[in-house]
Ligand binder design. Structure first.
Ligand code: 15L
Length: 275
């Protein structure tokens, strides 16, 4: 049995925390990295904890030593001022990919987002396999940059790089929109496993969603890697709709893939400039 070591950045974040137990395996060590405190391991959990920023090149190169694959979840997970997005999400992703290259890591899975294509109208039905970028925020722009950097490292250095355009990965869907965009934590782990094990994928961009009854996104690309969703948000529909209500058909939350992120609350330029 070959022991593999997987580096997970952003391990203390929402998705990282949900993946920690789900990606554990007897023949695998998870190297968990975050700038925020990571809960210590209990019992015989096979983890290594690293406190570092994804923008620290030396620390990232050290963290990539003896690693078989990187799952890069680190960075801001919400909209932020441009300078912070540029530093942590865009520069940080470059630092991670470059550290992986220097350390000889052959495979990197990148957390992209539906917000890379958030400005698409969703009236045309299911979003197909690949949508050209149409980001809804600076955060969305950073995910487009992440995909571009992944493509560069795959083309130039022959690395396998898979960017997962994650819908909404939470324990349960939190509102009516997430009944469409939900990626269940168990399906998230299934998808990451497929990304880690698919033979020679090269560069891919796939949707990260569960097989929700109200799904907006195609599962074809992720399916080609071996992903098979087993979950459907519909089991939460009654409870979610009773608590949060249906989406207003006139609001961006309903009309666009990125939901409310396409609306005025996420206009960071105007917020930063005050006009
Ligand atoms: C994302 O990319 C965010 O990181 C997450 O916080 C959710 O808001 C998600 O998208 C979503 O669209 O629901």
């Amino acid at each position: 049995m070959v022991t593999e070591r997987i580096l997970i950045t952003g391990a203390a974040g929402i998705v990282g925390t949900l993946m920690r137990s789900r990606l554990a395996a007897p023949d695998r060590t998870l190297r968990l990295l975050d700038i925020a405190p990571i809960p210590p391991s209990d019992s015989d959990e096979r983890v290594e904890l690293v406190t570092a920023s994804v923008t620290d090149a030396a620390a990232m190169e050290a963290a990539c030593a003896d690693v078989d694959a990187v799952i890069h979840l680190g960075g801001h997970s919400l909209e932020r001022p441009w300078a912070e997005i540029l530093d942590v999400n865009i520069n940080g992703t470059h630092v991670v990919l470059e550290a992986a290259r220097r350390a000889g890591v052959r495979r990197v899975v990148l957390a992209s987002s539906n917000h890379a294509v958030g400005y698409y109208q969703r009236s045309s039905g299911e979003a197909g396999d690949y949508l050209f970028p149409q980001p809804d925020t600076y955060y969305g722009v950073s995910k487009v940059a992440l995909e571009a950097l992944g493509s560069l490292y795959a083309s130039r250095y022959g690395m396998d790089v898979i960017a997962v355009r994650i819908g909404s990965c939470f324990e349960k869907p939190r509102d009516a929109r997430m009944l469409s965009t939900w990626l269940s934590p168990d399906d998230g782990a299934r998808l990451f496993e497929a990304c880690l094990s698919a033979p020679s994928p090269g560069f891919r961009v796939v949707w990260g969603v569960s097989d929700n009854t109200r799904r907006w996104f195609s599962l074809t690309e992720a399916g080609a890697l071996g992903y098979k969703s087993q979950d459907d948000s519909e089991v939460f529909a009654e409870e979610v709709l009773a608590e949060k209500g249906e989406l207003d058909p006139a609001s961006p939350a309903y009309t666009h893939l990125g939901g409310a992120w396409c609306g005025p609350d996420f206009d960071t330029a105007v917020k930063e400039a005050g006009r």
